[in-house]
Design a protein around this ligand. Structure first.
Ligand SMILES: C[S@@+](CC[C@H](N)C(=O)[O-])C[C@H]1O[C@@H](n2cnc3c(N)ncnc32)[C@H](O)[C@@H]1O
Length: 209
């Protein structure tokens, strides 16, 4: 069975940049392998059209632990929580250990406040992706590279806190780690994200995922 990727959505609303991130995840891992869990009933009713389109994501109000088969797999240690506070880093050998990978759909904060900790109650196996906070779509991209492409975490090309330059005088520094496009040297970001960041450039990034 293909590896399954879950974002346990932990906020009531869904911001435009989160929609772009989730659409990018669907593109990267395939909608049939991408689960968006714990949506509030109102959000489930009014899911943005980009995510509500058929095949983009398996969206549900159900908590991750109650998805079919997940509790049993968790008891066998086969569900991995990507947790910035975990003791062990993810490695290519973990491909044989885990079937499901779970991520916090959390409003990002800088510096991080360990809200991923709310997901530890399920008892999943924790793995870290290094010490720097990534956006959620980046974290999923990195897991796919390590697990499916078998590239060790420290061999993934990264760019930390990239500066997006708008013109000679204006730029925005993103307080996260991204995978680097080795051809252009630019951070890999969801389609439409740069434009959105530029529009938001005068706002703080406290609420960014
Ligand atoms: C934008 S991060 C939010 C982290 C949040 N600020 C916190 O305090 O936990 C969203 C999710 O990406 C994953 N993630 C991001 N960076 C990670 C890292 N360095 N190691 C493990 N997981 C990471 C985690 O699953 C996390 O819940």
């Amino acid at each position: 069975m293909a590896k399954q990727y879950v974002i346990e959505h932990m906020e009531d609303g869904i911001f435009p940049w989160v929609v772009l991130e989730y659409a990018a995840v669907s593109h990267d891992v395939g909608g049939e392998n991408f689960h968006l869990t714990s949506l509030s009933p109102s959000l489930m009713e009014s899911l943005p059209k980009e995510l509500a389109a058929p095949g983009v994501v398996q969206a549900t109000t159900t908590e991750i632990i109650n998805l079919p088969g997940v509790r049993e797999l968790a008891e066998q240690g086969r569900v991995c929580l990507l947790d910035p506070a975990a003791e062990k880093d993810l490695c290519p050998e973990d491909a044989v250990n885990f079937d499901w990978f779970v991520f916090g759909g959390i409003l990002g904060d800088h510096p991080p406040r360990d809200r991923t900790g709310e997901l530890r109650k399920y008892g999943f196996q924790g793995r870290r992706l290094g010490s720097v906070q990534m956006t959620t779509d980046t974290a999923i991209r990195v897991v796919k590279i390590v697990i499916q492409d078998q590239v060790p975490l420290d061999k993934v090309p990264y760019t930390d806190f990239p500066e997006l330059r708008w013109n000679a005088h204006e730029s925005t520094e993103m307080p996260f780690r991204y995978v680097k496009d080795e051809t252009t040297g630019e951070p890999i970001m969801p389609k439409g994200m740069r434009e959105l960041i530029r529009e938001d450039a005068n706002r703080g990034f406290d609420d960014f995922l």
